[in-house]
Design a protein around this ligand. Structure first.
Ligand code: NAD
Length: 351
């Protein structure tokens, strides 16, 4: 018998090639006058084009967004908000830039617009991860969820192919774990399945033709669905492991997700066989862990933690941290299990 709770996300979504052209009207529709545009140093030029589109609704450009949202950078951005008389933000970029916009909104409760250029999905979650003195804390609050997301696939044409593949697998990880989430509901499962299907179909097309706008549009659409389920249902073992590897060992976010995913799904497969059936249907393979591994190989994503700087001698400590605090997972987790899983992911074995 079915039993579930459902709450739709209040975030507004505008999706379409060229949709960024409406950014000034969007600021006005939020009742705001002056937006501070945020970006990383690497995306400063493209963010400057958003400042131009905003015209007299632009308060300025702050280009110091960094991975893991350090509090010192947030303080600099808060000063830029005050100095430039800004009353809202437009975050232009991936999860790192979105994180900075969320950190500002968490402190000032100012409205946020996000224009995502990767598939991380942070723009549709009420979750902020920020670091202070080397410690990462995660906070969840209604003020953190951006009011409007403008998805413009033209802005993802510049995302390098390797980053496109790992970021796409990062998105797929949200949906794969949403399928067996304890608090899943019929809508989250539909969104997760459709998000996985869209990315499974789009990423190989982008690998062949990186400037195929239709494939880029399909991938961004999948990323929206996958991010939305990340924001609405609880994640399990896979996200816990990636949080530990990123937080304690400074491994890169999207690559870590791409490598760990087949192993975490293979570990949970027997305990969540019915829930994971959509994965087998999408990939035409009975074992969901092996299916994702085969897909990652096909699209040229990295498959071994040793390739991205994780040291074999750190496996034991990572397993210890990952099992220190209990969390829900469809299958019971022991330290020995995690040690074996991480060792296989370190070598790059097929699960
Ligand atoms: P990122 O934002 O760090 O981007 C990686 C690099 O790619 C940056 O240099 C960026 O400027 C560049 N880049 C981004 N888009 C580009 C484009 N279209 N063309 C050229 N270069 C581009 O990476 P990410 O994987 O998007 O985000 C990772 C961060 O987001 C992590 O800190 C992670 O914890 C966080 N995150 C948070 C949530 C959440 O719900 N709170 C969800 C997912 C990710």
């Amino acid at each position: 018998m079915r039993e579930f709770d459902y709450q739709g996300s209040p975030a507004r979504i505008r999706f379409g090639a060229g949709a960024r052209a409406g950014v000034a009207e969007a600021v006005e529709a939020l009742g705001c006058k002056r937006a501070l545009v945020l970006s990383t140093p690497q995306q400063a030029n493209d963010a400057g084009a958003i400042v131009n589109l905003l015209a007299d609704r632009a308060a300025g450009l702050f280009t110091q967004a960094t991975m893991h949202t350090p509090v010192e950078i947030t303080e600099q951005a808060l000063k830029a908000m005050r100095d430039n008389d800004a009353d809202c933000t437009v975050a232009f970029g991936g999860g790192s830039t979105t994180g900075l916009g969320k950190a500002i909104a968490y402190r000032l409760d100012t409205p946020q617009i996000v224009i995502p250029t990767t598939y991380a999905g942070s723009e549709v979650t009420p979750i902020l991860g920020q670091t202070q003195a080397g410690r990462k804390e995660t906070v969840r609050a209604a003020s953190i969820l951006p009011e409007l997301v403008i998805y413009d696939p033209e802005l993802t044409l510049s995302l390098p192919v390797p980053m496109t593949m790992t970021s796409g697998l990062n998105a797929m990880a949200h949906a794969a774990e949403a399928l067996y989430a304890r608090d899943r509901n019929p809508i989250s499962s539909l969104m997760a399945t459709e998000g996985l299907r869209a990315l499974a179909e789009a990423l190989p097309r982008i690998a062949m033709a990186p400037r195929d706008l239709s494939a880029r549009s399909d991938a961004l659409y999948g990323a929206w669905l996958c991010g939305t389920v990340l924001g609405t249902v609880g994640m399990s073992l896979h996200h816990k492991l990636c949080h530990v590897l990123g937080g304690a060992f400074d491994l890169p976010h999207a690559e870590t997700h791409a490598i760990v995913l087949p192993h975490a799904i293979a570990f949970n497969a027997a305990a969540a066989a019915d829930e994971l059936r959509p994965l087998s249907a999408i990939f035409g393979e009975t074992s969901p862990g092996a299916a994702i591994h085969g897909f990652a190989v096909k699209i040229g994503a990295p498959t071994a933690l040793r390739e991205i700087g994780f040291r074999e001698e750190d496996i034991g400590r990572a397993a210890e941290i990952a099992t220190a605090n209990p969390y829900w997972n469809p299958r019971e987790v022991t330290r020995a299990d995690i040690h074996a899983l991480l060792a296989a992911a370190w070598r790059g074995d097929a699960p």
